[in-house]
Design a protein around this ligand. Sequence first.
Ligand SMILES: NC(=O)c1ccc[n+]([C@@H]2O[C@H](COP(=O)([O-])OP(=O)(O)OC[C@H]3O[C@@H](n4cnc5c(N)ncnc54)[C@H](O)[C@@H]3O)[C@@H](O)[C@H]2O)c1
Length: 362
Amino acid sequence: MSIQPSELGIDMTPPLPKTPRPIVGFGSGGIITDAHLPAYGKAGFPHVGIYDPNQEKAEQAAKAWGIPNVCKTPEELVELGKAEKAVFDVAVPASEIINILPQLPEGSGVLIQKPMGESLEEARKILNICRERNLTAGVNFQLRQAPFMRAAKQMMDKGLLGEVHDVEMRVVCQTPWNLWSFLFEKERMEVNYHSIHYIDAVRHFLGDPSSVYCKTMGHPKMTELAQTRSAIIMDYGDMVRANVATNHGHDYAPDEQECFFKLEGTKGAIKIQIGVILNYPKGAEDQFKYALDDGKGWRTLSIEGTWFPDAFVGPMGGLQKKMEDPAFNYENSVEDAWRTMCVVESCYKSSASKGTPVDYQP
Ligand SMILES: NC(=O)c1ccc[n+]([C@@H]2O[C@H](COP(=O)([O-])OP(=O)(O)OC[C@H]3O[C@@H](n4cnc5c(N)ncnc54)[C@H](O)[C@@H]3O)[C@@H](O)[C@H]2O)c1
């Protein structure tokens, strides 16, 4: 028998504005059509205009999702955004973000797809543009807004798990990287484009780590990609273990693939199977299991909605809520995302600095 979140006092509603604003978007690629537009449709956010240099893709997305305006230039989209008092949704390759932000009207609201630039240098520039132009800005680290993560965070915050001392994110899967051709030229791949979600999620639960240990590496069957596997330890002192371990090259049938996020505390534990990563893009079911120190063993929490697309409501809803109420704690703010980028940077530094040499001298 599965338990309903309400039985644990969990509120599953994502952050939402009182009055949704129109949205205009840069980019009409895979993430827009697979996640942004379905999520905005579900949430009832009106999407009024789209621009992509690939006009055919923009036309297709507009037709499929009833977007009334396909703009021919970025300037046209900005003008439309101004006229509609819209928020801007930027989902383009990371290297393009710096070119787009200065074009937005001062004081606008903007949601930027992750990663926040290709490097910490670019992230710093993005942060500074947002500050200088007084943008209310968010970065789409949306895993923390996935319904299963929202439930887990509330359970932790209510103290149901006691003191959380062990956090583990484990991925063993076969990822078809060919779906994202732009990744093949990147020097920084796995951590910057994938594990970054998990780093952000761990930060959401435990706060900022003081340091990291990381090794990110390639795969002999995926030599076209710089790295596809990573082992990351996020350091929270001597009593907390926080690990992210990813292997995207498990080429031995779907049955033994794994993707889970696990929290252990002194009074309870949560284990979430994240189905979308398994046997990608077919996917598998999510599972939310938890155990408390009440002798009842492991139970299943019934969670409605999943990572794609439901998690994409929160970053946009929260952005608009922040615009309505400056006192609202916007969890996906660009200021918070900057700190995830700092952790990512340290992961690359750690990986480059190599481990402690082993001395085998008897
Ligand atoms: N948050 C997530 O879970 C998630 C998942 C997938 C991708 N992403 C991110 O989203 C971004 C886009 O990924 P995608 O899968 O949609 O890629 P994609 O290659 O399918 O689409 C990118 C689109 O951006 C367009 N584009 C390029 N420059 C532009 C510009 N200046 N203005 C407007 N459009 C422009 C391209 O023509 C293309 O259609 C990437 O940075 C990626 O990391 C995030």
